[in-house]
Design a binder for this molecule. Sequence first.
Ligand code: SAM
Ligand code: SF4
Length: 468
Amino acid sequence: MEERTTVIAESELRAQQEICQTIKEYWQSRGRTPTAFVDTYGCQQNEADSERIRGMLDACGYAMTDTEEGADCIVLNTCAIREHAEQRVFGNVGALVHTKRRHPEQKIFLCGCMMGQDHVVDKIRHSYPHVDGVFNPHQMWRFPELLYNVLKNKKRVFAVEHSAGNIAEGLPVVRQNGLKAWVSIMYGCNNFCSYCIVPYVRGRERSRQPEEILEEVKGLLAQGYKDITLLGQNVNSYGKDLGLGIDFADLMAQIAELPGDFWLRFMTSHPKDATKKLFDVMASHDKIAKQFHLPFQSGNDRVLKVMNRHYDSKQYLSLVDYGRSVMPDLTLTSDVIVGFPGETEEEFEDTIKLIERVRYDALFTFIYSPRKGTPAAEMPDPATKADKNRRFDRLVETQNRISQEIHGAYVGKTMRVLVDGKEDNLLTARTEGGRLVRFEGPDTFLGQFTHVKIVDHTTWSLVGQLPE
Ligand code: SAM
Ligand code: SF4
């Protein structure tokens, strides 16, 4: 296995572009436009990768479709974070036997984090013969070549070699939304939290060059994008591997100083890398949304230690307090796991206490799921499924009550929102903190910033009105 991260050479990327052209000509010679369906599971990083996969398919002459039925190429971009996500993928891949039977020329590819696990790849190889191609996240840039091999040789391809990871600049991209854009600024993770599969399947942390990122954002702003999210598994350790003296806060400041009316966001941060400097930069730039997704995972210090998180609850809370001291309106969200191996009732109570103390706007709540190959999967886990479900329900109830209360406090306030869509005759918009607002208004507001008065709320969203 290659131990160092690499930047894919321009010549290699050019060779892939040439293959795209060959595939395009192949379809032109057959006198029709092929169609492709890309289905994405999991996190925003996968969404961003799927935009690149669509970009490559577009360069190969494929038109996108929103159904697997009749598509000439299907790509499932999978997630390995929990067993439930994997089961859904296996179920959906199994069902594709029937779509392929109705359209035998269909080519089926699987990619994403699940394909970074050898036991999953073996299962696909042996039990899902209708799958034509498999590639892991490190091999994504080679997709045109893999597609060509499948089309030409009519043989299955498996590009699943492990590596420390690479960076491929300039892959074509087809974004689905004209207003909000994901920009990956770094890849991989070095943290090895004891429950998590990500570092094994996405490789080591590697940052893109700042000028490449700035150019991409400038291009997006010129195209009219107004909501930019910088992405990384551990986004706030950006720059550590570059040795350029630029850190994540510096990068944020440089982007926030670009001309134009836009919001800049980022995810996901690790508390051990969240610096006061970052909070200060957020506070001093209007274009940086006052929103922080800061996963805490558990409120108990013993559990945090076994999770290998490198902070305790006191350090976490002091970060939250500092952030709020410089940004009183900061919207805080987080991830939390219940039922980590060995978690006792008392330790779970510490998680509830932390939630009550912080009062998050929203929480992403997970029941611990053992991931093969991670240290936590080998730990004794005496709590029953029923115990874990009960803790989970209590967590969700606690957070729902807090979210309701926080939403209630918005009523009467006038807030700046970005109008991003329409549902059932109501415009939908997001606040700076990412809250969903629905209100009546003309279609001319679509894609624009405006102000709305909040007149009502539910657990999940706000009801707005245009000011008189
Ligand atoms: N890198 C980010 C971080 O550290 O916060 C997010 C990574 S992961 C895609 C998103 C969330 O999934 C994590 O924050 C964690 O709460 C949850 N997660 C990861 N592994 C899990 C597991 N084995 N079981 C349950 N939840 C898990
Ligand atoms: Fe997984 Fe931890 Fe890395 Fe997040 S920081 S991706 S939870 S190992």
